[in-house]
Unconditional design. Structure first.
Length: 84
């Protein structure tokens, strides 16, 4: 996926997330009750799903870099004397 495609996808997801949160913020129900019960609306479930997507997209690069560094360390043990 190209970089501009990723940015467009994230921007559209953020707009949808903001829209879902605005719907829930201006709803007539008490906000404290929403935290103690399971979500009744689709907008809360979609907002949670969008947050999970954001989390995974932002962590993919760091995870790839960490795995690459671990693979390098495993393939070149003579370059490292101590673990710290």
């Amino acid at each position: 996926m190209s970089v501009t495609g990723k940015f467009r996808f994230l921007f559209l997801c953020q707009l949808m997330l903001t829209w879902f949160l605005a719907i829930e913020a201006f709803d007539d129900t008490c906000q404290l009750d929403n935290f103690s019960t399971n979500p009744n609306g689709v907008t809360i479930v979609l907002a949670r799903f969008m947050c999970a997507i954001f989390l995974h997209i932002t962590l993919v690069d760091k995870t790839k870099q960490g795995l690459a560094m671990m693979k390098y360390a495993m393939n070149h043990p003579w370059k490292f004397r101590k673990w710290h």
